[in-house]
Design a protein around this ligand. Structure first.
Ligand code: HEC
Length: 409
């Protein structure tokens, strides 16, 4: 049913909208608190138990914030928690993963030249990797190694690079990068859900019961916050990377991912140092630029093609390829789209396959039926500016091809 394709497209936009909003709320409040925390000043008149304070001006008023390390002597009457930003970012992100990569597993998740997987197998692999990632990370933090901040960070880096490599060996490059972001973001959200908030709840319960809370809870939460701090920027890079095939669909994509994690550290280090009023380590920007140049260079190494592996069409693709309108639709696509959407585009100024969408063979055209329908049939997004003069009749035919293929018989 074609209504399904249209509803799916809108669902995808709605969930993406929600995800970006919740992520702004989470990352925004988290960056705010990191800067606030680092900028606290110790002054003699502070109340007992207070560690530092800061004055801020915003939106027409002055704010006077004091931080109590461990906890104040008495529970305040009203306490604002910061947790739903993180939970809803994870939940909406997971929903988006389902809509785009599980719903469109054949096209976006599975790369049959890498690994022949059925959609359900690919989805299980994806879910398992996210769950196992958290368990490994959490155990590393809780092991004796967890006491060594930098040793632990190096070990985590190795885990992340191993995952970057692993994902690129089983999924499409696009899904690999997205999963690396989801893997990292799952660790970050789970840190909030399983460690930071529960520890804070223990402290609050102790206060209410009149006990002195153990300082170790704050320390553990602080360590997890530090990891979240350095992981934020790479996650955002990976989430945005699906618009940029040079990042995810080139031969050394996993090395690129490894360097992105380093850029996350070098950029955050500048801000962390500056907010702590410990000078301005300009060298971090130099390192960041060098890393970025290395990434750009790595993306130019041509992908070694493993030869045209003849992959069989899925039953869905066969449905589109055996439709009565197929030949006419394919001829339209090959005459109006393939000059750009080819392994080696011939259109002036198009140097690589746009969004990795290749439309040359019957199988490729059938595989992208829904996208062709949305981009060129139902909307005028493609060809860009209608440069190849797709006529209204041709658009109608693309619509008829898709809709009659999915119509119930
Ligand atoms: C002049 C070159 C050119 C032609 C011709 C062209 N495209 Fe594209 N196409 C692009 C570019 C560039 C992008 C990437 C747009 C972007 O980055 O948002 C793209 C993106 C796409 C996408 C992916 C959209 C997404 O956001 O994932 C699809 C699907 C697509 N085109 C289908 C078609 C179809 C179908 C035709 C023919 C009717 C066509 N294109 C003709 C250049 C072209």
């Amino acid at each position: 049913m074609y209504e399904y394709a249209i509803a799916w497209e809108w669902l995808s936009l709605a969930v993406r909208w929600l995800h970006v909003i919740t992520a702004i709320a989470w990352i925004g409040s988290s960056f705010y608190f990191i800067a606030l925390d680092l900028g606290l000043v110790k002054r003699p008149h502070l109340p007992p138990g207070a560690y530092g304070e800061e004055w801020q001006v915003h939106g027409g008023g002055f704010y006077h914030i004091q931080k109590y390390l461990v906890a104040p002597a008495q529970m305040p009457e009203h306490l604002t928690w910061f947790k739903y930003e993180s939970y809803f970012t994870w939940l909406s992100g997971f929903l988006l993963l389902c809509v785009v990569y599980y719903g469109g597993a054949d096209l976006f998740l599975i790369d049959r030249t890498m690994l022949e997987l059925e959609p359900w197998q690919a989805i299980c692999l994806s879910l398992a990797s996210l769950g196992v990632g958290w368990v490994i990370y959490d155990q590393l933090c809780k092991s004796p190694l967890g006491n060594n901040t930098w040793g632990l960070m190096c070990l985590l880096y190795i885990v992340l690079v191993a995952m970057a490599w692993g994902y690129t060996q089983v999924f499409t490059g696009r899904a690999a990068f997205l999963h690396l972001g989801a893997f990292t973001a799952t660790i970050m959200s789970a840190n909030v859900f399983f460690i930071i908030i529960p520890n804070q709840k223990i402290v609050v319960a102790d206060l209410i019961a009149g006990r002195t809370p153990d300082a170790k809870y704050g320390r553990i939460a602080k360590q997890r916050s530090l990891h979240n701090n350095y992981l934020t920027l790479p996650v955002i890079f990976f989430m945005l990377s699906n618009h940029y095939p040079l990042a995810f669909a080139t031969q050394f994509n996993w090395v690129i991912a490894a360097l992105v994690f380093l850029m996350g550290v070098t950029i955050r280090h500048w801000f962390n140092t500056t907010h702590a009023r410990k000078g301005k380590p300009t060298w971090t920007w130099l390192v960041t630029v060098l890393l970025f140049i290395a990434i750009m260079w790595l993306s130019t190494v041509p992908k070694i093609l493993t030869g045209e592996t003849e992959t069989s069409m899925t039953s869905m693709q066969q449905k589109f390829a055996s439709n009565a309108h197929f030949e006419a639709a394919r001829d339209i696509v090959t005459s109006r789209c393939s000059m750009c959407h080819a392994a080696e585009p011939v259109w002036e100024g198009i140097t690589f396959t746009p969004k990795s969408v290749k439309l040359e063979t019957d199988a490729e055209v059938a595989a992208h039926a829904r996208e062709i329908y949305i981009q060129a049939g139902r909307s005028h997004a493609m060809p860009p500016g209608n440069v190849t003069d797709l006529t209204p009749e041709e658009r109608k035919l693309l619509v008829a091809w898709y809709e009659s293929s999915v119509a119930p018989k």
